[in-house]
Design a protein. Structure first.
Length: 90
């Protein structure tokens, strides 16, 4: 069963990310705001990937002098999702 996450980003041009996850796999992702071409590229690359792999690849990417980036915010969102799922299992 798919889950939809709506995440409000912080410190990026993209102000919201909507992610559809099914069985720990990215089924769809939409970015609202930000650099359209780059974010479409990220979207196309991560669809079908395991969420843990996406976090490994995108966590810590910075945008110019900002302390985060759109890919990093996606990783932060997925990390929160993973932690919440682990809490539910306990």
């Amino acid at each position: 069963m798919s889950e939809i996450i709506n995440y409000i980003t912080q410190g990026t041009c993209c102000n919201q990310i909507r992610i559809e996850i099914d069985n720990n796999t990215i089924k769809n992702v939409e970015f609202f705001g930000g650099c359209n071409g780059n974010l479409q590229g990220i979207r196309n690359l991560i669809i079908g990937m395991n969420i843990n792999e996406v976090v490994k690849k995108l966590k810590g990417i910075l945008c110019n002098s900002k302390p985060t980036s759109c890919p990093d915010q996606l990783a932060v969102c997925l990390e929160q999702y993973i932690k919440n799922k682990e809490k539910q299992m306990v």
